[in-house]
Design a protein around this ligand. Structure first.
Ligand code: ZN
Length: 267
């Protein structure tokens, strides 16, 4: 049994208080999107969470963690997962299709072996980070993260770089993979290769094992290096959080200010 070297446990990993003590890929990415919204979330004043999408994700993840975890998850969320006639609700029927797609695949069966939901911690440029790895195989030197996607080949417009990008880049999953690789090295002193196992939510689910090129991981390292000090300043209250002006939090707390020209409405 692997023993993480932190005070984080499966029970307290998602507690808000640990998000103050540790940075995580999830919160770092939130800060990059909107500092004001993320601070409101850390302060327990706001949540952008799509509860159902989260439950569907956990349904799938717990299945591949262990049969005990899956059963416990179902027992804990019965009223949200089942209809009154004790049938699975539609989003969880879909999750069942996604589970079937993966579990019947022999490459996936061989690959998805190792420690499940492994908690890793460490420091990146002096800041303490936490991560939870879906499947960590130290012996064979890799780790996997399960991702659900509407369509694995969907294109997203990146307005900053003026180019189309994949769902992996759109959700900055390479940053998560970079951080996990770093924390695994610090926790276990082992070099690992990250892979994403993607499964789509289409009528017939698609599946794919996705690798992350080194230059993408290096870009993620540079992004952390560039923004981390500022984010720490915002977290500590030394700097006022910036409002993105576009997210639901910003919209819900905005007041009409200056008048804007029709030519300034889009980026
Ligand atoms: Zn915002």
């Amino acid at each position: 049994m692997l023993t993480p070297t932190s005070d984080l446990t499966q029970e307290n990993y998602y507690d808000r208080s640990t998000d103050w003590d540790y940075q995580s890929p999830t919160f770092f990415k939130k800060f990059l999107k909107c500092e004001a919204e993320t601070m409101a979330e850390l302060n327990g004043e706001y949540s952008d969470m799509n509860h159902e999408a989260l439950l569907v994700g956990n349904y799938l993840h717990s299945y591949f963690e262990s049969s005990e975890s899956h059963q416990k998850f179902i027992d804990d969320h019965k009223s949200e997962i089942m209809t009154r006639t004790k049938k699975l609700r539609a989003p969880f029927e879909k999750a069942e299709d996604m589970i079937d797609t993966l579990k019947e695949d022999s490459l996936f069966q061989g690959l998805y072996q190792g420690e499940k939901e492994a908690i890793v911690t460490g420091f990146i440029d002096g800041v303490q980070w936490k991560g939870k790895v879906d499947c960590l195989n130290l012996k064979r030197g890799y780790f996997l993260d399960l991702k659900t996607s509407r369509d694995i080949h969907k294109k997203f417009w990146n307005n900053e770089d003026r180019e189309w990008q994949s769902f992996v880049a759109e959700y900055n999953y390479q940053l998560q993979m970079y951080v996990y690789r770093e924390l695994i090295r610090q926790t276990f002193d082992i070099e690992t290769t990250p892979y994403i196992v993607a499964v789509s939510k289409e009528k017939v689910p698609d599946k794919m094992v996705i690798s992350i090129p080194d230059y993408r991981l290096e870009e993620a390292a540079m992004q952390i290096d560039k923004f981390q000090n500022h984010i720490e300043d915002v977290k500590a209250g030394r700097v006022e959080p910036t409002r993105c002006g576009k997210c639901d939090y910003c919209k819900s707390t905005a007041k009409l200010g200056k008048i804007v020209s029709m030519d300034d409405l889009i980026d």
